[in-house]
Design a protein around this ligand. Structure first.
Ligand code: IVH
Length: 666
């Protein structure tokens, strides 16, 4: 045999072995230098003899393949999602159902940590990895093999020659996130705040060299065709995967009956923070494979396993300072400057303190140690003070009497302070920020910091100034960080916003109580904003959904000359004020259904998701009642979830939502 062939085989075997020792077993029998030199040698031979280059060579782990898009992969077996349990009693209910379905008194289970990453499936044939695919809509995923093989702990070849499918989670460890961010800081790149999104984003890179640099890892938790391969228990099938070289999480445990399950939950609620990767819950699985089909499946989830989701995480950190922000309506909100701390997967350094009463009720003082949680919303909140840790001599917090931005005396109404100065710079900046934001005119590339710079440099003082940016081109290009290219795309986005539907323009004006919903209602009754301006108070309140205060606010707003003049200017500059007739949505799952959206979605903001659903003809609602067709829940959903459960309303989680959307939008 050709010497090169022999050497390639030797090197491949050695490198695979060392790789496995290092990345799966966390030990190594060679030095980095030795490993590198073997790798260089293999690369050199492959360069000289391309005919000997195996696509699954250890050298392919460094990445290199760039694709223009990911190929679609039809899953051999559907990739389902999981039902959720949020409490001990939910788990006991699950156990009761399993006992009923199986006739067992005590059920043998397996419980595992629920890693917060990205689901992945690996397919092997003849001992070789054929492809790696994402979940997608459960039926069809994307082929991300080029990126996945850069994860060193994943075996490219296995000793079992049968067709084998293995599922698991690709994730970024806390340590990897920290190292990646150190690098990004040096390179002046924005930091990644959340390991899960960072992992998902890395796998979606078209250039596999990027994925290769992100220090991703993976745990494998499901041998899809285990029964076919002769296994009777899920636990045994995982042990076998481990023996084949897969990284299988060691926190898994066989449990017998629900009491052991509850004890495991308690143990891991404590242990969670100590793990080097984020987990958002635990997964409970019936161990006996033969029982799986017997217990069965719903449309989207297996009935023989369930995810236990942890309650919103709380962490302790110090308040270094308190500062006030003044929003566009003049509402003053106190905020805590925190010693940066990780909570629910992100690093937090600010938290809202809501208002003066909130601070006083909890007796929050600068210098205190406080508990932070992220619940129901993306904005983290302080939930209490750890009095035992309070350093001596901390003074009670005194709410500032004057606006920190314009020094007007603050006025208090109910629990809230307001700056009533219409010309307060903070209010004005926030009006402008709102105008261009995705809640208003949705002008891309005009983030809050750009608007702030423009305001401070006198480039933009009023809404209409946005539409005359060309006059200030030189000033703008002088701003650090704004290139000719970004300027051009800004101007293009602004130009594009002129043809927005009128309700967006009306919302963007920021009239108190006239948000997107109200604007849409108004513009379903009138043909243009001009007609609304003409409308009388009586006419406005005769619209069912429009209350007295809203009508008053609209009348007051357009009674002010300055506002009317500004409106006309915008109109003259070409901003559309007419209703654009919408095409009716095609038939799909969401059309005509009323939904409430609650909790934090991972994939996009709630308002973006609402927009997407509305495009499909769904109707958004703020509160859960009998008329609602579905409650869509993100993480940390609160009382709405309980209410929907008690009303028996269909609850849709993000995973399921995404697959339904994919179907509906196809
Ligand atoms: S079993 C039917 N085990 O959680 C799906 N899933 O919320 C089979 N996950 O899609 C999943 N750790 O991406 C299972 N030990 C574990 C897991 C786990 C994380 C993810 C998985 C799944 C999602 C469901």
């Amino acid at each position: 045999m050709d010497n090169d062939v022999i050497r390639v085989k030797e090197l491949t075997d050695l490198l695979n072995k060392y790789n496995y020792e290092y990345y799966v077993l966390n030990q190594s029998s060679v030095s980095d230098a030795e490993f590198d030199s073997l790798m260089q040698e293999l690369m050199a031979i492959e360069k000289r003899r391309p005919d000997l280059k195996d696509p699954l060579s250890p050298t392919s782990r460094v990445g290199g393949g760039v694709s223009s898009e990911f190929k679609k992969v039809q899953h051999k077996r559907m990739m389902l999602s999981l039902g959720n349990a949020f409490s001990e009693s939910d788990l006991r209910d699950f156990d009761r159902r399993i006992r009923q379905a199986t006739g067992l008194n005590k059920v043998p289970y397996m419980m595992e940590v629920k890693i917060d990453g990205l689901a992945m499936t690996l397919v092997y044939e003849n001992g070789k990895l054929q492809y790696a695919a994402t979940r997608g809509d459960g039926n069809v995923g994307e082929d991300v093999t080029q990126n996945v093989i850069t994860i060193h702990s994943i075996p490219l070849k296995i000793s079992d020659q049968r067709n084998i499918e293995v599922r698991g989670e690709v994730f970024m460890s806390k340590k990897a996130l920290a190292l990646n961010n150190e690098e990004r800081m040096r390179e002046n790149l924005p930091l990644m705040s959340n390991a899960r999104n960072a992992a998902a984003g890395s796998i979606r890179q078209l250039d596999s060299k990027i994925a290769a640099k992100r220090r991703l890892d993976a745990y494998w938790y499901y041998f899809v065709n285990a029964e076919e391969c002769g296994f009777e228990k899920h636990s045994d099938s995982l042990d076998y995967l481990k023996s084949l070289g897969f990284k299988v999480n060691e926190e898994r445990r066989k449990l017998y009956g629900i009491d052991e399950v509850i004890a495991y939950v308690k143990e891991y609620t404590e242990k969670r923070a100590k793990l080097d990767y984020d987990i958002d819950g635990l997964v409970l699985k019936v161990d006996e494979l033969a029982l799986h089909d017997e217990i069965g499946y719903t449309m989207k989830t297996p009935k023989w396993m369930i995810a236990y989701k942890f309650p919103p995480e709380e962490v302790l950190t110090k308040i270094n300072d308190i500062f006030l922000t003044v929003g566009r309506t003049g509402k003053v909100v106190p905020n805590a400057v925190l010693e940066p701390v990780r909570v629910a997967g992100s690093v937090i350094s600010r938290a809202t303190l809501n208002n003066e009463d909130f601070i006083h009720n909890l007796d929050i003082r600068i210098g205190d140690y406080v508990y932070i949680h992220k619940a129901g919303d993306v904005i983290p909140e302080v939930s209490g003070v750890d009095i035992k840790r309070r350093p001596d001599g901390l003074k009670m917090y005194h709410f500032q009497e004057d606006c920190p931005y314009c020094h007007y005396r603050l006025e208090k109404k109910d629990a809230i302070h307001y700056c009533v100065n219409e010309n307060c710079p903070s209010r004005n900046i926030n009006k402008l920020i709102f105008f261009v934001s995705d809640q208003g005119m949705d002008i891309k590339g005009m983030g809050p910091s750009v608007v702030e710079d423009f305001f401070n440099l006198g480039i933009v003082k009023t809404f209409s100034d946005f539409y005359r940016l060309e006059e200030k081109k030189d000033d703008i290009l002088n701003i650090e960080g704004i290139s000719e290219k970004s300027y051009n795309s800004m101007v293009k986005a602004i130009e594009g916003s002129k043809s927005n539907d009128a309700y967006m323009f009306l919302t963007a004006l920021g009239i108190p109580m006239v948000g997107k919903k109200t604007s849409q209602i108004l513009l379903s009754k009138y043909h243009s904003i001009d007609e609304i301006i003409e409308a009388s108070y009586d006419e406005l309140v005769s619209i069912e959904e429009i209350g007295y205060q809203t009508a008053t606010n609209i009348i007051d707003y357009f009674n002010k000359d300055a506002n009317l003049i500004e409106f006309s200017k915008l109109q003259e500059l070409g901003v559309n004020t007419l209703v654009i007739k919408k095409e009716e949505a095609r038939d799909n799952f969401f059309k005509g259904k009323k939904f409430v959206l609650t909790g934090t979605l991972e994939c996009m903001t709630r308002s973006k998701m609402t927009e997407r659903l509305e495009k499909l003809g769904a109707v958004s609602s703020g509160s859960v009642g009998k008329s609602i067709d579905m409650l869509i829940v993100g993480t940390d959903a609160g009382s709405k979830l309980d209410k929907a459960r008690s009303l028996g309303i269909r609850i849709i989680e993000e995973d399921e939502l995404l697959s339904l959307l994919e179907e509906a939008e196809a």
